[in-house]
Design a protein around this ligand. Structure first.
Ligand SMILES: NC(=O)c1ccc[n+]([C@@H]2O[C@H](COP(=O)([O-])OP(=O)(O)OC[C@H]3O[C@@H](n4cnc5c(N)ncnc54)[C@H](O)[C@@H]3O)[C@@H](O)[C@H]2O)c1
Ligand SMILES: O=C(O)C[C@H](O)C(=O)O
Length: 367
């Protein structure tokens, strides 16, 4: 009887503490599933890649199926104002569970406010008869202005992915004019070239692209980039095999393969009368997903990043390298053997980037 009384008294004293503890654990368990909102800016959002990528981001393809997002849509041309609003209405109508808000604006400051990720599609496409240098100089002033706004208004660790061509050099300008954003966070997209190369090899070996890995895209996202298969492997029933040995044609690898990958964008443009959008949007999600989470074990991908001098590439150039990622951090894969053929191609594409950079500098000095 005495024991029972003691137990009862004990329970009465302990109950408020136990109840409080239960409340705290309950709240914590909710915090764990409710991830912090990520704000994603898409510039040039009224364009064709914008239209393809926005629903992918809202559906969790880029940042995972549990990640709530707010989308910031930016485009700068007056007549697109209405189009932007139309896209906003569509995004709302689709009722994506992860989409917590949409801002559609032609004001770059509002667009950049507190964004965590910036996907830079906005820019002028080269029209028929337009000089490449003309297109480059116009895009350079666009990137300078947007870099200033991003540097001032985005979050300090904002991750930036530049699409718009010339993408490596636009990223370089962004790096120069947004010094508050860590240079490690400024990238350009060469994943499309990488995935195209995987597919050409897969077709030749009669396997699926997902069985092939570790191709390298070196350099510029232009027709000078170099798809290198010297370290690439593919999966067979009997384990991993070297692509180069099984293709068994150096001639094909040095001619048709490289040429097809380098000019795939042009071929799509001819066929569609518009540049690639569906594939570009999809691989941009692959790029950011790998960057934020990780590249699978034993595998690398290609990304245009700021050169740290690896493989003899000029320091500071935005150049495509083999990259591994883990938990938001990335590194250039080191120590890969480079043959004479690849070395010459790597230098040629670096030379083009150096020329673009000095052209950019001269354009900016004139302003
Ligand atoms: N790196 C790659 O792998 C890759 C692949 C495909 C396309 N691209 C490039 O991506 C870019 C976008 O392609 P797209 O097919 O969506 O082009 P698009 O012409 O359909 O869209 C571009 C959008 O940018 C907008 N824009 C123009 N000037 C702007 C500015 N100052 N600020 C903000 N927005 C501006 C336009 O109004 C338009 O809506 C192009 O430069 C294209 O060449 C790159
Ligand atoms: O926009 C383009 O000119 C083509 C694009 O860069 C591509 O590689 O598909």
């Amino acid at each position: 009887m005495e024991y029972l009384e003691l137990l009862l008294k004990g329970l009465i004293v302990l109950f408020p503490f136990a109840f409080h503890w239960m409340l705290i654990t309950y709240k914590w368990s909710f915090r764990k599933i409710e991830k912090e909102l990520i704000k994603v800016l898409v510039t040039g959002a009224a364009g064709q890649i914008g239209y393809a990528i926005l629903p992918m981001i809202a559906r969790g393809v880029m940042l995972g199926p549990n990640q709530p997002v707010t989308l910031h849509l930016f485009d700068n041309i007056k007549q697109v104002d209405e189009a932007l609003n139309g896209i906003k209405m569509e995004l709302i109508d689709a009722a994506f569970p992860l989409l917590k808000g949409v801002i559609a604006t032609t004001d770059i400051v509002e667009a950049c406010k507190d964004v965590n990720i910036a996907v830079m599609l906005g820019g002028l496409l080269r029209k028929e008869g337009m000089e490449r240098m003309d297109m480059m100089s116009k895009n350079m002033s666009i990137y300078m202005a947007q870099a200033l706004a991003l540097g001032k208004h985005a979050t300090a660790d904002c991750k930036v992915l530049v699409f718009a061509k010339p993408s490596n050099t636009n990223a370089l300008i962004l790096k120069e004019f947004a010094p508050s954003i860590p240079e490690k966070n400024i990238r350009c997209l060469t994943r499309l070239d990488y995935n195209r190369a995987l597919n050409q090899i897969a077709k030749r070996l009669k396997v699926h692209a997902s069985d092939v890995k570790n191709i390298i895209i070196w350099g510029n996202h232009s027709s000078t980039h170099h798809p290198d298969v010297n370290h690439a492997t593919f999966t067979t029933k009997n384990g991993e095999r070297l692509v180069r040995e099984h293709v068994a044609s150096d001639h094909w690898l040095k001619t048709e393969f490289i040429n097809t990958v380098q000019h795939r964008g042009l071929a799509i443009n001819k066929a569609r009368k518009a540049s690639s959008a569906l594939s570009a949007a999809s691989v941009a999600c692959d790029h950011i997903c790998d960057w934020v989470f990780r590249t699978p074990k034993g595998m690398w991908v290609s990304m245009g990043v700021c050169s740290d001098g690896s493989y003899g590439i000029k320091l500071g150039l935005i150049y495509s390298f083999p990259i591994k990622c883990e938990n938001g951090k990335w590194s250039i894969v080191q120590g890969l053997k480079i043959d004479e053929f690849s070395r010459a191609k790597m230098e040629a594409t670096a030379k083009e980037l150096i020329e673009e950079a000095s052209f950019a500098k001269s354009c900016l000095n004139e302003q």
